[in-house]
Design a protein around this ligand. Structure first.
Ligand code: RTP
Ligand code: MG
Length: 147
């Protein structure tokens, strides 16, 4: 069982897409173990995007992610890091296929609606940047055994 950090970015919150994005992850059979609306601070954004520091899109990215609330989540499931990135679709909206979250809803590249961790290491780091251990809820979701 793997955990990942997923976040509806400010464009997704503004456009009222939290519910539809959560529904896709639920439909796939994954389990949400934490979720909250967060106004990301500058320091938190810089920690989150530390790997992109120095790139030409970094300043815009930090400005974007702090521009309004995000919906931060932790989800659980087998191979969820890879599978949730497939559900998200490609970063670049011109490559994001229909049927994916970005392919169906995003039309401008930096504003691609959702973030997802890309490795177990980044997942652990990103979860710790947004959640205290006690905010992650332990519960059974037996339906996930059959989906
Ligand atoms: P994310 O981190 O948001 O889940 O997306 P990702 O792994 O698919 O993409 P990544 O390479 O980590 O880039 C992080 C976010 O930066 C913005 N971006 N803009 N050339 C550009 O203008 C550019 N490249 C990336 C996107 O918002 C991307 O999701
Ligand atoms: Mg990334």
């Amino acid at each position: 069982m793997e955990r990942t950090f997923l976040m509806v970015k400010p464009d997704g919150v503004q456009r009222g897409l939290i519910g539809r994005i959560v529904a896709r992850l639920e439909d796939k059979g994954f389990k949400m173990v934490a979720g909250k609306l967060v106004q990301v601070s500058l320091e938190q954004a810089q920690r989150h995007y530390a790997e992109h520091e120095g790139k030409n899109f970094y300043d815009n990215l930090v400005r974007f992610i702090t521009s309004g609330p995000v919906f931060a989540m932790v989800w659980e499931g087998d191979d969820i890091i890879a599978l949730s990135r497939i559900l998200m679709g490609k970063t670049n909206v011109t490559e994001a296929l229909p049927g994916t979250i970005r392919g169906d809803y995003a039309s401008h590249t930096p504003h691609n609606l959702i973030h997802g961790s890309d490795s177990p290491e980044s997942s652990a780091r990103e979860i710790a940047n947004f959640f205290e251990a006690h905010e992650l809820v332990n519960y059974d979701k037996s339906i996930s055994l059959w989906t």
